[in-house]
Design a protein around this ligand. Sequence first.
Ligand code: FAD
Length: 271
Amino acid sequence: MKILIVYAHPEPQSLNGALKDFAVQHLQQAGHQVQVSDLYAMQWKAVLDAEDTREQIDPRRFYPDRDSEHAFACGLQSADITAEQQKLLWADTVILQFPLWWFSLPAILKGWVERVYAYGFAYGVGEHCDTHWGDRYGEGTLAGKRAMLIVSAGGWQSHYSPRGINGPIEDLLYPIHHGVLYYPGFEVLPPYLIYRTSRVDEARFAVIRSELAQRLDTLATTTPIAFRPQNGGAYAIPELTLRDDIAPGRTGLRIHVESEAIESPSAAPRG
Ligand code: FAD
């Protein structure tokens, strides 16, 4: 397999640094090709701005979306953006690895998403009509590829459990899983999570390495999270609301994941 690791931690000697090095070595030893975008080492520019295009459509002002579309379509993007897009197209599996900072991505990685996910590349893809609302949520440029998060958190697992004070980890990661990864087409694997990082000693580090190795060894076979495709019949278009007969009466993030428990008997997608 061809695996891209997009890695965000400022300190090579950190837990994340050690696990990134372990992952690269483990994957290469298994015969995979690996590229790493080490964002801090690359001094990745985290802010999306007018420097991202070599030609603004209107010299008087910068349009984040329209200038992105123009730059992508006309080959006018800054070289660092194009290089990351090429890595994404090259990979068949993408791993985002980061420490959970303020319940989300470190800013440098959020900035990678904002700048690399150009209009025409990750959004604004495909036609819009009565049955099809663009190529997104299950379709798109990155369809057919797999993605997985490796996330470390200082909090305990219980703090992120269904009744934990931080909120369930699946809910906190939903904007990344569903928004950043599923939206442009990735199949999203369940994350590999490390909790309570201040309590990692050599013994626990060995356990973490072994769990991570198992997840890396099964990247191609792990069942993805069963997000519902946007254009598969489950959603009304153009409202993009889930059909009333699917997960009837329920709301919230979980309804966008197929689950026998919340489907009604007649909830099979319309052909
Ligand atoms: P490190 O600090 O490098 O290491 C953690 C432990 O692993 C240490 O005990 C160290 O001894 C051990 N270790 C490191 N390397 C090795 C090795 N090679 N072998 C054996 N042991 C090793 N947490 C939350 O839960 N939610 C949040 O919202 C949140 N927000 C944060 C925001 C900020 C700005 C910051 C700085 C932290 C936040 N945290 C949060 C905590 C953060 O998630 C953790 O600090 C982080 O995940 C730890 O990862 P690290 O790679 O920095 O670990």
